[in-house]
Ligand binder design. Structure first.
Ligand SMILES: Nc1ncnc2c1ncn2[C@@H]1O[C@H](COP(=O)(O)OP(=O)(O)O)[C@@H](O)[C@H]1O
Ligand SMILES: [Mg+2]
Length: 355
């Protein structure tokens, strides 16, 4: 720091000065003090970090470290208007960051000529901006998902009102389409409510010792009609007589398994879905003989609205939120989920529930 102009200009015998510098080095903002000729008078540690300054490239003038045009425009504005300027700036080097830059002229009496100086602070808002972007993207995705069923419901209701109601056969078909879309809308809102409760930190587990066999039975009872309609089997594999008890939130576990088995049924045309438990590995698996998932998609499953085939998922009444919810519930239990799949052969979702 001894190459710092600021040092030369201030009394060295002042202990408090050192403390002040120490404090400036420990704040989150980068601080920069320059004069009108862009000569650097002072910067703190954070500034060095943000702009990649080390002992080797220790700069005398600002243009040695900063090449960003927009920043110079801001600096010029500060010197020319004598007013505080506050702007968001995206910087590419040495790393992509977004800063809230505040600059203002300061009239420091530094004794030897450095009167026209300006102080700049750089607050890193990259993370904040990213969150903001995620929120905007999410709202856009939700609106898009909601729009599809609403358009269909509105369209078919209008067609019915415009006369299709008299045409008995078509009327029935249209009403069925309306029903299907309103059901999808309903699932969407339900899933969104669950996700928002999770994100508000309202996800509390109510754990107790429960019988896994009984949970499997509940899941099978809920979905056997759906499987039967597609001509698929739905079975459990638990060694006979083995009374396995696990420590879990019963309702959440049922929701997890219903989601997974439901996916299994939806994405399987031949064969079926098996619910299995392997005591040795402490692993619950949902195994199907369906279409499988191409490898490159697997890491992204569980992101909200991420689907291998959007049109197909919607057609099947899916919301694209099932796995996102499952992921949260699994994590809350401290379990691990692993998805294994082979295209054309089937998919297995494993839940490792051992501690
Ligand atoms: N068992 C499975 N077989 C094939 N693809 C699956 C399976 N489970 C999930 N997927 C893929 O993952 C996507 C996301 O699943 P999910 O979040 O449950 O949404 P949804 O069921 O509403 O489409 C599905 O749309 C599908 O592309
Ligand atoms: Mg699903």
């Amino acid at each position: 720091m001894t190459n710092n102009k600021f040092f030369e200009l201030l009394p060295q015998n002042f202990q408090g000065f050192k403390i002040l510098l120490e404090l400036l080095d420990n704040i989150r903002e980068a601080i920069l003090l320059i004069d009108k000729d862009y000569q650097i008078l002072f910067f703190n540690k954070q500034f060095k970090k943000f702009f990649g300054i080390n002992e080797k490239n220790f700069p005398k003038f600002l243009y040695e470290v900063i090449k960003h045009r927009r920043l110079y425009e801001i600096i010029e504005k500060v010197f020319s208007t004598d007013e505080e300027v506050r702007e968001e700036v995206e910087v590419e080097h040495p790393e992509k960051r977004i800063f809230l830059v505040t600059g203002k002229p300061v009239n420091l009496d530094l004794g030897s000529g450095y009167k026209d100086t300006a102080l700049f602070s750089f607050y890193n808002i990259t993370r904040l901006k990213r969150l903001e972007q995620m929120k905007t993207d999410f709202v856009a995705a939700v609106s898009h998902e909601i729009k599809t069923p609403i358009t269909a419901i509105k369209g078919f209701a209008e067609t019915l009102l415009e006369g299709a109601l008299e045409d008995k056969e078509n009327a029935r078909r249209f009403l069925q389409i309306i029903k299907k879309h309103s059901e999808r809308l309903n699932s969407l809102v339900e899933d969104l409510l669950i996700l928002s409760a999770i994100e508000l930190g309202e996800l509390k587990l109510n754990r107790s010792w429960i019988s896994l066999g009984e949970v499997f039975d509940t899941v099978i009872t809920t979905l056997e009609e759906k499987a039967r309609k597609k001509g698929l089997y739905l079975k459990k594999e638990l060694k006979d007589g083995e009374r396995i008890e696990i420590y879990a939130d019963r309702d959440k576990l049922i929701q997890i398994l219903i989601n997974l088995v439901d996916n299994g049924i939806k994405f399987t045309e031949k064969g079926g879905v098996t619910l299995k438990y392997e005591d040795k590995k402490a692993c619950i698996s949902v195994i199907d003989t369906g279409i499988g998932i191409p490898e490159e998609h697997i890491p992204r499953l569980g992101e909200r609205f991420y689907r291998v085939d959007k049109a197909r998922s919607r057609e099947l009444g899916g919301t694209g939120l099932g796995l996102a919810i499952v992921k949260h519930f699994v994590k809350a239990h401290g379990w691990k989920m692993v998805i294994e799949s082979r295209v054309g052969k089937g998919t297995s979702v494993h839940l490792f529930i051992g501690g």
